[in-house]
Design a protein around this ligand. Structure first.
Ligand SMILES: Cc1ncc(COP(=O)(O)O)c(C=O)c1O
Length: 414
């Protein structure tokens, strides 16, 4: 991977912050966008802006084709059968809520179990809590080992509760742990549970194959994978999507409407009521082209190298506590480019502010995983650096230097 060339495609990466080149280490929150994506959206606005599906004129047909083609690109990226498996939502959160409000609403009953893990993002907890309240269902959580990895024995034990659904993050947005999605899915299926994978932090960063995994549902967001915000994916197996009722009614999602009742459009449009995020879909398609041109395996490998390098340099400092697998236990298979950390005597918000003064953007807080951060890691907040295809070892060196700045500004001896 030629990172120097990649960086040239991202205009924001040549801007300055506080008179220093921007070092963007917050891609787990949202990624930066290459010219190819910006241009695809701007070309749509400038040359073929029109509503989709209904128009009989050229630019509307072109917009419709571009929008549908973007779904075909998503399908190819994750090896889904076809665009019919790809429902566009606002984001990962909405995709998970769609499963909760449609499939789960029809299939989860009183006293049924739903199995999650203790490393979930709020997006993969709160929809289930709302559902559990409505249905009087029960949520169980798989425990972690060393606050870092899933305890598979605990998972197997909790499968004995016969959950109807197992839902888990493929990659933790706090710990960077890559969960063994294949093993988790196989075990769930052997036990008769359906499986939803929150792939918000995996699909943007590594090859993911829904056919091989055989998951029933998968959710992820365009904005974390070089595309625009406001568009995300619910992948679903066709038979499940067919049997699920729509949750939003309106234009585009119908086949026919009468005064008393209506029938639904075919997949995936049945779930997409009203005018779609057309420019979002078009930009997302351009983002997928960009990622696939480089190759998801190459991107993953690059991030592994950055992560191992950062973990090593952070451990050499001697005063950084990494939450998640450290340099001694991390490997290509279990660790992605998200590193959460704390430092004695320095609040994560102070670390983030001092980093910002050096032009370095990291995140600090609970990262929308309050139960994990507060009750498992047992910290009020953690700082987090996350990497993507455009980051470099030099940027990690700058981050390492910024730790010394934190020490000197806060006057702490460690
Ligand atoms: C693991 C995980 N799940 C879900 C989400 C929610 O994504 P979105 O805000 O795009 O819906 C995130 C976002 O950070 C995430 O990291």
């Amino acid at each position: 991977m030629d990172v120097k060339n990649v960086r040239k495609d991202f205009p924001i990466l040549s801007t300055k912050r506080n008179n220093k080149p921007l070092v963007y280490l917050d891609s787990a929150a949202t990624s930066q966008k290459p010219n190819q994506v910006i241009d695809a959206i701007s070309t749509y606005y400038k040359t073929y802006n029109a509503n989709i599906h209904r128009g009989l004129y050229e630019i509307s047909i072109k917009a419709t084709e571009a929008y549908t083609e973007s779904k075909e690109k998503v399908a190819r990226l994750i090896n889904a059968n076809s665009y019919r498996n790809i429902v566009y939502c606002k984001n990962t959160t909405e995709a998970i809520n769609l499963v909760a409000l449609s499939w789960a609403e029809s299939n989860i009953r009183e006293n049924d179990h739903i199995l999650l893990t203790k490393m979930e993002h709020h997006s993969n907890m709160v929809p289930w809590q709302l559902l559990a309240k409505r249905k009087k269902a029960i949520i169980d959580y798989v425990n972690l080992i060393d606050s870092s990895i899933l305890n598979i024995d605990d998972y197997k034990e909790k499968l004995n509760l016969n959950p109807k659904l197992v839902s888990f993050s493929h990659v933790s947005n706090v710990l960077g742990t890559i969960n063994n999605a294949q093993e988790i899915t196989n075990l769930a299926h052997k036990n008769g549970a359906k499986v939803l994978i929150d792939a918000a932090q995996s699909v943007p960063h590594m090859p993911v194959d829904v056919k091989k995994l055989d998951c029933d549902f998968m959710a992820f967001s365009s904005h974390k994978m070089l595309g625009p915000s406001g568009i995300g994916v619910l992948y679903g197996k066709e038979d499940l999507l067919e049997e699920m009722p729509p949750i939003f009614g309106g234009g585009d999602m119908i086949r026919s409407v009468d005064f008393s009742e209506s029938t639904w459009n075919e997949l995936p449009w049945k779930f997409e009521a009203g005018t779609s995020n057309i420019e979002g879909g078009i930009g997302f398609g351009a983002a997928i082209d960009y990622l696939q041109n480089i190759g998801m395996s190459n991107i993953h490998q690059h991030e592994i190298e950055l992560t191992q390098y950062a973990l090593k340099r952070m451990s050499e400092l001697g005063y950084i506590k990494v939450h998640g697998l450290g340099i001694d236990k991390s490997s290509d298979n279990n660790r992605s480019g998200v590193i959460s950390f704390t430092m004695d005597k320095a609040h994560p918000h102070d670390i983030a502010s001092i980093f910002d003064s050096q032009g370095i953007a990291i995140r600090a807080g609970h990262h929308c995983a309050m139960p994990l951060v507060n009750k498992v890691i047992m910290e009020p907040a953690v700082a987090r650096a996350s990497f993507y295809l455009y980051n470099t070892k030099e940027e990690i060196d700058q981050m390492i230097n910024a730790f010394e700045k934190v020490k000197s500004i806060l006057k702490i001896q460690l």
